[in-house]
Ligand binder design. Structure first.
Ligand SMILES: NC(=O)c1ccc[n+]([C@@H]2O[C@H](COP(=O)([O-])OP(=O)(O)OC[C@H]3O[C@@H](n4cnc5c(N)ncnc54)[C@H](O)[C@@H]3O)[C@@H](O)[C@H]2O)c1
Ligand SMILES: O=c1ccn([C@@H]2O[C@H](COP(=O)(O)OP(=O)(O)O[C@H]3O[C@H](CO)[C@@H](O)[C@H](O)[C@H]3O)[C@@H](O)[C@H]2O)c(=O)[nH]1
Length: 471
């Protein structure tokens, strides 16, 4: 029997990463007991119910196969730590909002709390601690020190870095067949134990082992490179609009160069999600911390370009609709940061809607997976920082001007314009004649994802505005 077969795993953090990642390990390794713990009782209850706390295609089946067999969700953090030989830390690492590094550095308080809890509740033997959260390079040093300084006698730890590369909306596919699994660590035995877990279903050649710091830094670097590609093509989209070039044609022309490749070149209203901006800002902060201001400025530009792209989209809506959207109804199609997820963190839609509300537009939002409360709370969160921009009472502005509809067509009913902000497949299959008939005229349609067949829409009578092209 290999070491991996005797393992009991605990994962602290039952979020977008901890839940699906552990469900996949449990599915693939029926003999390993996997317990996912969280301090959030509601989240754990949801993981134990038929309505999982996150929407991911195929996730329900994976969870149902393993739950109750060798996959457990619990709030009993202490007991799970005690019983496990391997403990994943998969808690949130948001951007710091206060103090030194505010707005850039990663807030590591949850990670530190995990390290302290692990030290406190580990009462015997040796444990392997795995950093699954995305962390600044050299965090493992701090984790090791906390563990070593508070460990009970006779208890020892190894620390590994095993960043997660899954993308939301495709989490199950990504976990089933990852491009690579990355494991950084100093102890060969500890690394091998984790290699043996993934090795149950991931080909060995795709399991990369590195030193701790390369592993930690590779995660931030991967996200920075991916986001940079989106910002690069979005920068070119602005130039396309000024020159009558078509950004999708440019993307396809450059993407056939095997050195560039076709992926991640889709111009859009801007990237969103909980990771890209946070991780680049963290990289920027680290570069500054290590005395590399030119490197910091280089990467910061990726985020600035993304802000520019979101603002540019809203300005275009206002300008096109005769320089005012005040009291006009705008249908917003999609609020999630990408299709096939209910996650709205840092979604471009939040910022577009915020800026349209500032212009006193009336928004009717339809997203197949996102409800009114979630939308309102995202808007309130970004508007609370500067209430004066919204006439002081931003909550009233939201309450009076944001409603949701239960279909894209219903949202478009009586609207002066449609803003398509998430690339949900169902938007491609709508009866656009009905949409057109339901709208005020001229019927403006702003395709923030270049998702639709623009010539067909123009023929129906729509005035279409897309990203980086004339329609
Ligand atoms: N979301 C993604 O697609 C993705 C992909 C790769 C990596 N990551 C990284 O993975 C990490 C987790 O991201 P996420 O999206 O899963 O976050 P999340 O906010 O969805 O989940 C984190 C969970 O940790 C719990 N938690 C926090 N402190 C705790 C504690 N002391 N004890 C027990 N539970 C605690 C929270 O209650 C929460 O449920 C982050 O570092 C993120 O950057 C995220
Ligand atoms: O060509 C593209 C590709 C993506 N996007 C947008 O970029 C954002 C991020 O998309 P994606 O990367 O697919 O989703 P995430 O779930 O944020 O995944 C990223 O962030 C995760 C968290 O770190 C990493 O694990 C993944 O590898 C990395 O792709 C979304 O708003 C997309 O709409 C574009 O606008 N154009």
């Amino acid at each position: 029997m290999s070491a991996a077969e005797k393992l009991s795993i605990c994962c602290i953090g039952a979020g977008y990463v901890g839940g699906p990642t552990m469900a996949m390990i449990a599915k693939q390794c029926p003999d390993i007991r996997v317990t996912v713990v969280d301090i959030n009782q509601a989240r754990i209850d949801a993981w134990n119910s038929d309505k999982l706390p996150i929407y991911e295609p195929g996730l329900q089946e994976v969870v149902e196969e393993a739950r109750g067999r060798n996959l457990f969700f619990s709030t009993n953090v202490a007991e799970s730590i005690r019983d496990a030989q391997m403990i994943f830390i998969s808690v949130n690492t948001p951007t710091k909002t206060y103090g030194i590094g505010a707005g850039r550095a990663a807030n590591l308080e949850f990670v530190e709390r995990c390290a302290r809890m692990i030290a406190e509740h580990s009462d015997s033997g040796h444990k392997i601690i795995v950093e699954k959260s995305t962390l600044p390079v050299r965090t493992a040093e701090a984790v090791k020190r906390i563990l070593a300084s508070s460990a009970r006698p006779g208890v020892s730890f190894d620390v590994l870095s095993n960043p997660e590369f899954l993308a939301e909306g495709t989490a199950v596919e990504d976990l089933l067949a990852p491009d690579r699994v990355l494991i950084g660590g100093e102890s060969r035995d500890a690394v091998q134990t984790l290699v043996d877990v993934y090795g149950r279903w991931v080909p060995r050649a795709q399991i990369l082992t590195t030193n701790l710091w390369s592993s930690e830094l590779s995660k931030l670097t991967a996200n920075a490179f991916l986001a940079q590609r989106v910002s690069s093509i979005n920068a070119i989209s602005a130039l396309c609009e000024a020159t009558e070039a078509d950004v999708d044609e440019v993307a396809s022309a450059i993407g056939t160069d095997s050195r560039i490749g076709p992926k991640f070149l889709k111009a859009s209203v801007g990237f969103g999600g909980s990771c890209f901006q946070k991780d680049i800002l963290n990289l920027v902060y680290l570069c500054e911390h290590f005395g590399l201001p030119e490197v910091a400025a280089y990467w910061e530009q990726v985020v600035q370009m993304n802000d520019y792209q979101k603002q540019r989209f809203t300005r275009r809506i206002v300008k096109t609709m005769f320089n005012t959207v005040s009291n006009k109804r705008i249908a917003v199609w999609g609020f999630a940061f990408k299709k096939d997820t209910n996650d709205t963190r840092e979604s471009a839609a939040i910022y577009v809607c915020r800026d349209l509300l500032e212009e006193r537009a009336q928004l009717t939002i339809y997203d197949p997976k996102v409800g009114l409360e979630q939308i309102k709370s995202e808007l309130a969160y970004v508007m609370q920082n500067d209430p004066s921009r919204y006439g002081g009472d931003f909550e009233k502005l939201i309450d009076e001007n944001v409603t949701v509809a239960d279909s894209a067509l219903a949202a478009a009913e009586g609207a002066h314009g449609v803003a398509l902000l998430t690339e949900w497949d169902e938007f491609k299959e709508l009866d656009y004649k009905k949409v057109y008939d339901a709208m005020q005229k001229p019927a403006f349609l702003f395709d923030g994802r270049n998702l639709l067949q623009h010539s067909n829409l123009t023929e129906l009578g729509f005035e279409v505005h897309a990203i980086g092209k004339l329609c």
